[in-house]
Design a protein around this ligand. Sequence first.
Ligand code: GTP
Ligand code: ZN
Length: 371
Amino acid sequence: MDGVMMEEEDDCPDLVPIETQSGRPAEQIPVTIITGYLGAGKTTLLNYILTEQHNKRIAVILNEFGEGSALEKSLAVSQAGELYEEWLELRNGCLCCSVKDNGLKAIENLMEKKGKFDYILLETTGLADPGAVASMFWVDAELGSDIYLDGIVTVIDAKYGLQQLTEEKADGLVNEAARQIAVADLTIINKTDLVKEEELNQVRDTVRSINGLVKILETQRSRVDLSEVLDLHSFDSKDGANLAEKLQLVKSARPHLDKSVLTVTFEVTGDLSEEALNAFIQDLLWEKMFCNKEGQPMTVIRLKGIVSFAGKAHQVMLQGVHELYELNETPQLWEENPRINRLVFIGRNLDKDILCEQFTSKVVLDTEKNS
Ligand SMILES: Nc1nc2c(ncn2[C@@H]2O[C@H](COP(=O)(O)OP(=O)(O)OP(=O)(O)O)[C@@H](O)[C@H]2O)c(=O)[nH]1
Ligand SMILES: [Zn+2]
C-alpha cells in the first residue's frame, strides 16, 4: 500500500507511483473503522487511543446519533486539549442510508488538512452497518489515493453482547450486532469486569461462531495495546479481494437500521435535583414505568446526557447502557454558560413529548422551565 518499488527484481520494470511525478510521493493515510453495538465502548476506546502515548497524530471522525452537535462533541471528548484540534464529526440519523455522502464529505474536508495528522479513526454509530461504511473506501477512487482502510475493529459489550446478538432480530431485519462481528478484523470484548468467566466464554464462543477468522481481545474500559489495533493492514491485497470477500459475508444484509429503534433528544434549561434524576432514570431503565401513547413500555438501550446539578460548578455526564447507568462530573465548568441539560435516548417505543414532560416536571428544580 505504500508504493514500495520492487527494484531488487532484475526483470521487473521500475514501477513509479504516479504521484511522484508531481514531485511528492503519495503518502496514504490509514483509516481504522471502529464499530460496535450501542454503548459497547467505542468512544471509550477512541478516547483511550487519543490519550495514550504514541507517535501518531490521529484525526477522529465520529458518527453519532443525536441532533445536538455540541452535545455529541462534549460527550465524546472527555477532556479539552490540542489532541482534538482535528475534530470532525458526522451526524446523520441513519448511517446506512446517507453515510456515503456525509462520510466522504467529512473525510474530504479532513484531507484538506493533510499533513496535520497521520491516522484516521472513524467511529460509526452503534447501529451502523460497517460494510456500508467500508465500501465507501473502495467506491471512491479519488479518496482511495489519499487514504486506505487499515481495518475494521468491532467493540462488543461482554455483558449485553449476547443479548444483542440474539434478541435484536425484529421483523426479519438483519441483526446489526452480528453483522458488525462478521466484517471485523479485530473484535474487542469489552467490559469484562461486568461478567463472570462463564459468561465471557459464551460471548467468546459466539463471536468465534460468527467469524471464524477474527482476532479477539478482551478488555476493561477498552484498554488495549495500540499495536494490536492500529496498522493492521487488513486489506493490503492489491485488488481489494480481501475487502470484497469480507463485504460478501454481509451482502445479503438489508442496509437499514432496525426501524423500531429510534433516537429522542431534548434540552431543558435549569438545575436538576440529583435525587430526582436518579429516581427518573431508575423508573425509566429499571422499572420500565414510562409508556408511549400506544401504551407500550419504553425501552432504553442507550442514554447519554450532560446535566446541571444545583450548586455544582461542573457539568455532569450521564451515561447509560441498558439498565446500567453512571453520573460523572466532567472537568467542564458551567461558568457563565446557561445551564442547559441535554439528553439523548436511543431505544424502542420512545415518545419524546412524554419523556420531556416527565423529565421537566419531576427532575428540573428551576421555575424557568422550557423544552
Ligand atoms: N463497567 C464498565 N463500563 C464501561 C467499560 N467500558 C466502557 N464503559 C461504560 O460504558 C458506557 C458506554 O461507553 P461508550 O464508550 O460511550 O460506548 P459507545 O460504544 O461509544 O456508545 P455509542 O456511541 O452510544 O454506541 C459508558 O458509560 C462507559 O463508561 C468497561 O470496561 N466496564
Ligand atoms: Zn460512542
